[in-house]
Ligand binder design. Structure first.
Ligand code: NAD
Length: 368
């Protein structure tokens, strides 16, 4: 399908990594900073596409005034403040940039995993109290230790390849992926219960919702499936999968408290946990208890269930064996650049199919 996009309104200082690509392919662009709602209402009628950051409010009213608009392009993962229903009703496609944060998130996870292994938090705390290492702080080597990745999507796959470079044994669990899908750096395990007793490190990357449905995509090539660590299904497999998905589409509750006292009790004594996925995947009370009992000897957490005012969350943040970061996984100078490029390439691909290898990431499936 070819979409006729001649002009785009680019807001919020999205940057040259977007505008250069659109210009290169003959799409006329107007860049505006700090546009007010009234101007957006008045001006949007003239554009085929709008490129925004997640904090820009795209309401039903604004969409109703956008007569020509075909694309709302969000330079970020997630869905921002866009009225998706109104966009879908008007046949306006909403696209985002899910790959833009992957490298930054992977690198943070690997850095945290190393920091936990080398006991950097306790070492720093002791040092700041004037204690020189008297031999009581002993980290571990990563080589030959087992890291389990729970959720082997974009980020999980990247963590697997990076940590296998350290000589770690990498095992993965992901209900959407086939166990035969071994990309060389990660061995998929079918039954999650087999993971707990063997893992030295557990990296949590399952989302609340199982939305990685690329396996259904009838147009996805085998190559694209492999790039995303996914096996392409045969038509015979699809009915069973669909039934399974019906049960799991609102996986919000099952994934909440995914790591709890029961699971931690089945892990190796001295296991270490890294959560850069979502707050709420871990029962924070149970993790705190396990840290205090020594069942878990280190944790690194970038996403919390509660806020700093919550006493359990605060205790975790302050725990001597926890490295707590304030949701910094995607706070790099590179992510906005990747995001701007990823959505610009998708827009160009809609106009000139196949120009870039970037896949269309459409949230409301108008053109997908
Ligand atoms: N801290 C941050 O700023 C930050 C940055 C990037 C990504 N993330 C989060 O990391 C997670 C992974 O991101 P991604 O881009 O790889 O997403 P993705 O959609 O590519 O992969 C998520 C994978 O998790 C799997 N999954 C869902 N529930 C599961 C479960 N119970 N057990 C095992 N696997 C399960 C899905 O099948 C999917 O393959 C997401 O939750 C994302 O929001 C956080």
């Amino acid at each position: 399908m070819v979409v006729d996009i001649k002009s785009a309104l680019v807001l919020d200082g999205i940057g040259e990594s977007c505008t250069n690509i659109l210009n290169l392919h003959g799409i006329q662009i107007i860049c505006r900073l700090n546009i007010i709602r009234e101007d957006l209402l008045n001006d949007l009628y003239a554009y085929d596409a709008i490129v925004v950051r997640p904090d820009t409010l795209i309401t039903k009213e604004i969409l109703a005034a956008a007569f020509r608009l075909k694309i709302v392009a969000l330079a970020s993962p997630g869905c921002g403040q866009i009225n998706m229903e109104a966009a879908s009703n008007r046949g306006i496609s909403v696209i985002n940039a899910p790959n833009s944060t992957v490298i930054s998130a992977c690198e943070l996870i690997c850095g945290l995993l190393l920091a936990v292994a080398k006991h950097m938090r306790p070492a720093r705390t002791a040092f700041s109290k004037g204690l020189w290492n008297n031999g009581s702080i002993k980290g571990n080597e990563l080589k030959d230790r087992t890291v389990a990745i729970i959720g082997c999507g974009r980020v999980g796959k990247g963590v697997a390849s990076r940590m296998s470079g350290f000589g770690m044994k990498v095992v993965g669990f992901d209900p959407l992926l086939s166990v035969t899908h071994n990309n060389g750096s990660c061995t998929m395990i079918k039954d999650i219960n087999e993971i707990w007793p063997i893992a030295d490190y557990i990296v949590l990357l399952g989302d609340y919702v199982l939305y990685s449905m690329i396996g259904f995509d009838p147009f996805a090539t085998q190559e694209q499936c492999e790039q995303y660590f996914i096996s392409k299904m045969t038509p015979e497999e699809q009915p069973a999968f669909q039934q399974w998905l019906d049960i799991h589409t609102s996986l919000l509750q099952p994934n909440r408290n995914f790591i709890n006292a029961d699971v931690l009790g089945r892990c190796k004594t001295g296991v270490k946990i890294i959560n850069v996925g979502r707050g709420g995947l871990i029962n924070e009370r149970d993790l705190l208890d396990a840290l205090n009992s020594g069942q878990v000897i280190g944790a690194a957490i970038d996403v919390f269930e509660g806020c700093q005012k919550d006493p359990v969350t605060l205790s975790l943040i302050e725990h001597p064996s926890v490295i707590a970061t304030p949701h910094i996984a995607t706070s790099t100078t590179d992510v906005p650049v990747h995001a701007a490029k990823e959505i610009a390439e998708q827009i160009v691909n809609l106009v000139k199919p196949g120009t870039y290898s970037t896949m269309l990431s459409e949230l409301n499936k108008i053109y997908d």
